[in-house]
Design a protein around this ligand. Structure first.
Ligand code: ATP
Length: 259
């Protein structure tokens, strides 16, 4: 990957600007800094390697060189998109899922932010935002994905099994092509974020749908129940043994299949 190559491959997407790095701490950190400095809608940060990649709640995300995809896309939400901020993670997840389906894979979304193949984590999404007082200024959609087998971290650092595209497909597709397809899908799907069909598509892709799960909520707390869908703000709906529907909001939560 390099700046010129990226600019040429992504030329027809109408991006505002691209910043490419052979190595960076975190693409989201760079994108947040750029957003605060006034980056325009559809500005993109791409890195070949992240040395301080982040998942949610500052958990580490590993992006070794030459093996993975790591990018952060800056969006300047329109007034109507500002009402739909909590759906941004669904936007990124559905955009990636659609790309994987064109490769004949069957991706699932492990709520809230991970993409699974064969029950293993292929990619993670990290949504962040910049604010001016209580008004959102920009959204940063960060995405990290294991493309080559060598991107998959060793099991000792993982709290959940991982997989790569190379492992799932038997070959590693071109990272530029995958990046182009994901961005193109984000751009195409963005105007539909407010629709019921967007929510229906997101629900349809949920991992563990109809299954009994345990939601771990920081510390020792957890709740269990059956996954029954999503609230309109993207919260996960589970039904506990007493029949009560519990909305699980974004935050310090981790989803696990109940065993
Ligand atoms: P969990 O995956 O345990 O449910 P989570 O959803 O909070 O937790 P994220 O914040 O999305 O996880 O991602 C951080 C976690 O992902 C890390 O703690 C690590 O276990 C795992 N991880 C880090 N890098 C990779 C990678 N390249 N591929 C797969 N998993 C990774």
């Amino acid at each position: 990957m390099n700046q010129q190559e990226l600019e040429s491959v992504l030329a027809n997407l109408g991006l505002s600007a691209i910043r490419y790095f052979d190595s960076i701490g975190s693409t989201n950190d760079e994108a947040m800094k750029w957003a605060r400095q006034g980056a325009r809608d559809l500005s993109l940060v791409v890195a070949d390697e992240q040395t301080l990649g982040r998942g949610r709640l500052d958990r580490p995300w590993f992006t070794p060189p030459r093996t993975a995809l790591a990018f952060s896309l800056i969006l300047r939400p329109t007034p109507s998109e500002k009402m739909l901020l909590s759906r941004s993670v669904g936007l990124a997840a559905l955009a990636l899922a659609a790309v994987l389906q064109t490769l004949n894979l069957n991706p699932q979304i492990k709520w809230p932010n991970d993409i699974l193949l064969n029950g293993r984590k292929l990619a993670g999404i990290l949504i962040e935002a910049t604010w001016l007082e209580d008004e959102v200024q920009s959204i940063v959609i960060g995405l990290g994905m294991n493309v080559f087998k060598a991107a998959v971290p060793t099991t000792d650092v993982l709290s959940f099994p991982a997989i790569s595209l190379e492992h799932a497909l038997g070959y590693a597709p071109d990272r530029h092509v995958i990046l182009h397809a994901i961005l193109s899908n984000i751009i195409a799907l963005r105007p539909h974020m407010g629709t019921d069909s967007f929510m229906a598509a997101w629900e349809k892709k949920l991992a563990y749908y109809g299954r009994q799960v345990r939601v771990e909520m920081g510390g020792e707390k957890s709740v269990s129940g059956k996954v029954i869908g999503l609230e309109s703000d993207g919260s996960l709906k589970i039904r506990d043994d007493t029949g009560k529907v519990i909305p699980v909001r974004f935050g310090d939560v981790r989803l696990r299949l109940f065993t």
